[in-house]
Design a protein around this ligand. Sequence first.
Ligand SMILES: O=P(O)(O)OC[C@@H](O)[C@@H](O)c1c[nH]c2ccccc12
Length: 264
Amino acid sequence: MKTVEKRIRECMIEGKKAFIPYIMAGDGGLETLQDKLLFLEECGATAIEIGIPFSDPVADGEVIQHAGERALSNGVTLRKVLDKLEDIKGEVSVPLVIMTYLNPILAIGVTSYIEKCQEIGIGGLIIPDLPLEENGLLYDQLQGTDIALIPLLSLTSTHERMADITASAEGFVYAVTVNGITGVQNSFGGELAEHLKCVKEVSPVPVLAGFGISTPQQVEELGAQADGVIVGSAIVDAFHRKDLESISRLIKAGDRKFKIIATS
Ligand SMILES: O=P(O)(O)OC[C@@H](O)[C@@H](O)c1c[nH]c2ccccc12
């Protein structure tokens, strides 16, 4: 079992929900990356998703797009983020997951990307524009490493597709909670609870819900329906506003233990 999955399962055993915050690497300057990672680790993040800025971020909503533009205007690239992570790898102990579109990986070359991730000790990869049918591009080379290839699963996936995607999933399954792009959401569709229940039933790895989760209440609500949550826009926005208090509050909302109801 890869480390990311192990960490999530440790949370589950303690009766807690996993919480994975997303940050945009290089927003506010790459020199802030280490402090952000250490802060999130201290708040109790189970793992941290690090986004790489990209010029055509098709799944990103406004908040993340703007963060990406700020990072790009700081000259941040995938290679620079990897070099930075290499420098600070001894400082952070929470597993790191890199989320990037495929193009920057192809520009570096799949093999050297994976080698570099291994040197850094990266725990997982999320590649939103890599369909299941193409994941052989990385999947075989990742076997025997501690890097999990984490798939996204959309709300519209058929049962059959759900089974195929979860069967080869590593680390966890990223269950996307909305039909749309990242960003704050006021409420979720009525079919979501049933969908997450189905995914959990078929998935051999933990299921984390992400997209549109931005308040402690939503962390609890969605956390109750999955094994944990991923929060992006709300964290990116709070870092931008330097509102560390609300980040800590969000992460701690995932900490709530199940109430054990005694049955007679
Ligand atoms: O921002 P939200 O709605 O909280 O969603 C998480 C999301 O930002 C993060 O996981 C992410 C950012 N960009 C993505 C692209 C695809 C999938 C996931 C992502």
